[in-house]
Design a protein around this ligand. Structure first.
Ligand code: DC
Length: 216
């Protein structure tokens, strides 16, 4: 195990388009910490499920895939059973299937165990997701819950992919917010003790500065 004492974790949670990934990566760079995108893990499982021709809502077989799949999520890549799925996990098929996969309690158990192991191997890091501060690391040294208005979030997502239409992105964000917040297993909520930050009017640097300041 790297380092000594309790692992130092910064938990960054929030809905799609809240600026989580950009901000979490920059915070990790600024502080020289490891970074893990836990959403990429759920997307990797969804990719493996679709590849195997399994219905994403078929709980038992989906849980089996989650327990058996080899996932290697790095800063820039997501390898699924040795295959580079970095682009495919951001595509519409995986995006359409991932909420059902992430709502599966057995999938969550497996991913949470892998996420905790990731931290213990490294002695800490910046983790972003939906349930890091509430479930994965409730004792994280710093918990931040990022939000932004639905309009701003849809515009940000559309800007990442100029081919898409803002209205359809907004509809997709609303659908996923609803699914992620109303599921029984670890719904998306601001964790106890989380610092809530609305990034609608903030620049990336502004958000990163504020988080780094809170951590120090
Ligand atoms: O952050 P993202 O859009 O890449 O997340 C993909 C999906 O995974 C989304 O439906 C929320 C879910 N997710 C989750 O349930 N728990 C996490 N810790 C991270 C993501």
């Amino acid at each position: 195990m790297a380092g000594s004492g309790a692992p130092r974790v910064i938990a960054i949670d929030g809905p799609a388009g809240s600026g989580k990934s950009t901000v979490a990566r920059a915070v990790a760079d600024r502080l020289g910490l490891h970074y893990l995108d836990t959403g990429a893990m759920y997307r990797g499982v969804a990719y493996a499920v679709l590849r195997a021709g399994i219905d994403p809502t078929d709980a038992g077989p989906v849980a089996d895939v989650a327990r058996n799949v080899t996932l290697a999520v790095t800063r820039s890549h997501c390898m699924v059973d040795g295959e580079d799925a970095s682009t495919a996990i951001r595509g519409p098929e995986v995006t359409g299937a991932v909420s059902a996969v992430a709502a599966n309690p057995e999938v969550r158990l497996e991913m949470v165990a892998r996420q905790r192991a990731w931290v213990l191997e490294r002695g800490g890091g910046v983790m972003e997701g939906r349930d890091i501060g509430s479930v994965v690391f409730p004792d994280a040294e710093l918990k931040v819950y990022l939000t932004a208005s639905p309009e701003v979030r849809a515009r940000r997502r559309a800007a990442e992919d100029p081919g898409v239409n803002v209205d359809s992105v907004a509809a997709d964000i609303r659908r996923r917010d609803e699914a992620d917040s109303s599921r029984d297993a670890s719904p998306l909520v601001a964790a106890d003790g989380a610092r809530v930050m609305d990034t609608s009017e903030l620049t990336v640097d502004g958000a990163v500065d504020a988080i780094v300041e809170m951590f120090r």
